[in-house]
Ligand binder design. Structure first.
Ligand SMILES: Cc1ncc(COP(=O)(O)O)c(C=O)c1O
Length: 399
């Protein structure tokens, strides 16, 4: 059977649209994003009782989110304001986990929406117990991922978040406040299909001893999950079998969720910039430094982009260059991702005044934004039905 990869290349017209926007601009190719989402939904439907949500932390732009809600995705929220955003966009299923739900007011807001908080620390669990004794609760778990499955991009025992499933202190709080655990929630960074199956087996074992658990949420990390779509689909088929066996053995229902962020919109967002200055032989970096009219520090601190001359995307030859932003910050380089050293990007030669597109900007761009040097906001555009619209117009059109 022919299987498209989850992300297929954009239509040629996307490049034409990007030639028309004033720079800097963030252009979301919603048409192609929705093709990818359609493939993910198709795959997730291989597991009975599974649904796909989006991690709202990756995008706060209602005009984009509305398309995801319309496609049937739910939303995972990390704060009360994300919850409000998800409600206003119209997501039909909501979940919540994160340290910011730290007072009674936040718990009230969740309760008003019927959302059960997945507690990420013992103190948060204690707060829920103290203020809502006898209620349902979820647990964000920290997992003892085996060494063979742990990578530089996954977080097991080294995660900042979650409680241990076997921690007696957790069980003491649950018993003291008569809390019923109905949900288990994970997010362990990048989720390879192998890691997913290990996590499924682990959490199904945990759920056997917690008799009210009815849903396991595996978080995001779909870049690794979809390194090979055929492998991902096989893992989902295996998951379906494991869940069916578990349900038959225990006589209990069990649903699962995924909530990727980066892989849903990341590949479909383009930062369209103009080259402002080029230093051909930087004395210390030993590479050409190409400075553009927007900032990695302000908009793309984590992103690993490709850099493509918009006029001629296939231009050759390519060599290692640095792409810097327009703030007065020494580390304002695209592709920093928190690592040491200056990130070289393999790209073609460009000239001052030319348009350079930085890819992979569709997620965590506006949600990470800061305004260093008061350089102002990036304008957002959507391509929907092959037409380009600024985000405000799109909002009005879909209201
Ligand atoms: C609880 C939770 N779910 C989902 C995600 C989304 O992860 P990603 O964008 O890597 O898919 C995150 C990211 O931090 C998270 O903390």
């Amino acid at each position: 059977m022919h299987l498209d990869p989850v992300v297929t290349p954009p239509h040629r017209s996307v490049f034409d649209h990007m030639l028309t926007v004033p720079t800097p601009a963030l252009v979301y190719d919603v048409d192609n994003a929705m093709r990818s989402v359609g493939r993910m939904l198709d795959d997730v439907s291989l597991v009975s009782g599974a649904r796909l949500n989006v991690a709202l932390k990756s995008c706060h732009t209602p005009a984009v989110l509305r398309h995801l809600a319309d496609a049937g995705l739910g939303a995972d929220c990390a704060s009360v304001r994300e919850l409000d955003l998800a409600v206003s966009v119209g997501f039909d299923e909501l979940s919540a986990t994160g340290p910011s739900f730290s007072d009674e007011g936040a718990l009230d807001r969740l309760a008003e929406r019927g959302v059960v908080l997945d507690a990420t620390s013992i103190d948060q669990l204690e707060l829920i117990g103290r203020t809502r004794s006898g209620s349902d609760v979820g647990l964000r778990l920290r997992l003892p991922i085996p060494e063979t499955l742990d990578t530089a991009n996954s977080f097991g025992a080294n995660s900042r978040f979650g409680v241990g499933a076997t921690d007696p202190a957790v069980h003491a709080v649950l018993v003291r406040h008569r809390l019923r655990v109905t949900r288990l929630h994970l997010h362990t960074g990048q989720l390879s299909p192998h890691l997913f199956l290990w996590e499924l087996r682990y959490t199904l074992t945990v759920a056997e001893s917690m008799s009210h658990v009815e849903l396991i949420d595996f978080g995001g990390g779909f870049y690794d999950f979809y390194a090979d779509r055929a492998v991902a689909r096989r893992a989902l088929q295996t998951a379906d079998e494991l869940l069916a066996q578990w349900r038959a053995r225990t006589g209990r229902p069990m649903a699962i969720r995924f909530e990727p962020g980066a892989a849903v919109l990341g590949p479909h967002g383009y930062l369209v910039t103009t080259v402002q200055s080029i230093e051909q032989a930087h004395p210390a970096y030993g590479a050409e430094v190409v400075q553009v009219d927007t900032s990695a520090w302000n908009y793309a601190p984590w992103h690993l982009p490709a850099a493509v001359p918009l006029d001629e995307p296939e231009r050759q030859p390519k060599s290692a260059r640095l792409v810097s932003g327009n703030t007065l910050y020494e580390n304002d380089f695209f592709g920093m991702t928190g690592r040491a050293g200056r990130p070289l990007i393999d790209m073609a030669a460009v000239s001052v005044g030319e348009r350079l597109v930085l890819t992979n900007a569709g997620a965590y761009t506006m949600t990470n934004r800061r305004d260093f040097n008061l350089l102002g906001n990036l304008r957002e555009y959507l391509i929907v039905d092959d037409a380009l619209r600024p985000v405000d117009t799109e909002m009005a059109a879909t209201r």
